[in-house]
Design a binder for this molecule. Structure first.
Ligand code: HPA
Length: 294
C-alpha cells in the first residue's frame, strides 16, 4: 500500500473531543477491534447481507449517535469479516443534505478509526456523466473533486483546534501532500486485476461530491461533465477525513441514473434505490476485492 499519512496529535484530540463519548458507549456493547471500515451508500446494504455479522449493534441504542433519515439507509454497525479482514460495516450514512453537521456526517469514520481501522471502503450511488456509462454500472474512484464544504471543514477544524494552534502555530491539521489523490492509487491498482479476474465489469473515473439535495440542472450537468465521470452527494468529505486520520481509502460509485444531456429528467429517489438493487452484486464484488487486498 502507498505511504501512509500520519495524523497529527491535534487531529487525535479533535477526534477524542468530539467522538470520545460515543466511542465509549459503543465500547460498552462491543470490544471488537477492526482493520477497516465499510460504509454502504443508498440501498447498498444488500451488497453485504451474505456476510454473517459477528456482532450487530443498533445505533439507536448509542446515545448521541447521528441517525440516517434517508430511505435506503439504516443504522446498524455490523462487525463482519470480508476476505479475511474484520471490518466495521456501517449500514447507513448521514448526509449533509439531511441537515447533519459535518461532525455528525463524519461520525462513522471517526468511530471506525477509534476501533482500530487502517483502511476505509466507501460506496455510494451516483449520477453517471460519462457517455459510455449506464445505470447499474459501477465506477472505481480514481480521484475526487470536493465541491462541498471545504470552507466549512476548515472553519470546523479551526474552531476545534484553536487552543492547540495557539500552542503550536505551525501545526498543519488537515492536509495531505499536495498533488496526491485522497483515494489510494496503489490500493486501487491492486483491486483492478482482482475484479477483472472475477469477471466484474467496471469503469474508473473521477467522482464529484456536492452537498445536494437537489439534482443537477442541465447547465450544471454540462459544467460538471467537464470535470468528472460521476456525481453524488457524499463520500468526498468522508474520504478526506479518513485520509487525514491516517487511513487508506478506496471508493466505488454505483451509477443509478444518467445525468440529462439537454432536457431535464426527474430522478426519483425510488429509481436510485431500484438501480442500486440491480448493481449491488457488483458493489459487493468491489468491497470483497478491496478488503481482500487491503
Ligand atoms: N446527482 C447527484 N447525486 C446523485 C445522482 C445525481 O444524478 N444520482 C444519485 N446520486
Amino acid at each position: 500500500m502507498d505511504k501512509n499519512y500520519t495524523p497529527s496529535e491535534a487531529l487525535a484530540s479533535v477526534v477524542e473531543q468530539h467522538y470520545g463519548a460515543i466511542y465509549r458507549r459503543i465500547r460498552q456493547k462491543t470490544s471488537a477491534v477492526v482493520e477497516g471500515i465499510v460504509i454502504s451508500g443508498s440501498g447498498l446494504n444488500a451488497a453485504l447481507e451474505h456476510y454473517a455479522a459477528e456482532e450487530t449493534i443498533d445505533l439507536h441504542d448509542i446515545e448521541g449517535f447521528p441517525m440516517p433519515t434517508v430511505k435506503g439507509h439504516s443504522s446498524f454497525l455490523r462487525i463482519v469479516t470480508i476476505e479475511g479482514k474484520r471490518v466495521a460495516h456501517f449500514t447507513g450514512r448521514c448526509h449533509l443534505y439531511e441537515g447533519f453537521s459535518l461532525q455528525d456526517s463524519l461520525a462513522q469514520i471517526a468511530l471506525g478509526k477509534l476501533m482500530g481501522a487502517r483502511f476505509t471502503v466507501l460506496t455510494n450511488s451516483a449520477g453517471g456523466m460519462h457517455h459510455s456509462y449506464t445505470a447499474g454500472d459501477i465506477m472505481l474512484l480514481t480521484d475526487s473533486l470536493n465541491l462541498m464544504l471545504r470552507p466549512v471543514q476548515r472553519q470546523w477544524l479551526a474552531s476545534l483546534t484553536q487552543s492547540a494552534r495557539q500552542e503550536r502555530p505551525e501545526l498543519d491539521y488537515f492536509r495531505t501532500a499536495s498533488g496526491e489523490s485522497i483515494i489510494s492509487t496503489e490500493w486501487r491498482k491492486r483491486i483492478v486485476p482482482v475484479l477483472a479476474a472475477r469477471g466484474v465489469p467496471f469503469h474508473q473515473g473521477t467522482y464529484i461530491g456536492l452537498t445536494g439535495p437537489t439534482f443537477e440542472t442541465p447547465a450544471e450537468a454540462r459544467m460538471y461533465r467537464k470535470f468528472g465521470e460521476a456525481i453524488g452527494m457524499s463520500t468526498v468529505h468522508e474520504a478526506e477525513f479518513a485520509r487525514v486520520c491516517g487511513m487508506h481509502v478506496a471508493a466505488c460509485s454505483l451509477i443509478t441514473n444518467m445525468l440529462p444531456e439537454s432536457a431535464a429528467v426527474n430522478v426519483s429517489h425510488d429509481e436510485v434505490i431500484h438501480a442500486a438493487a440491480i448493481g449491488a452484486p457488483r458493489v459487493a464484488a468491489f468491497i470483497a476485492a478491496a478488503c481482500g487486498v487491503a
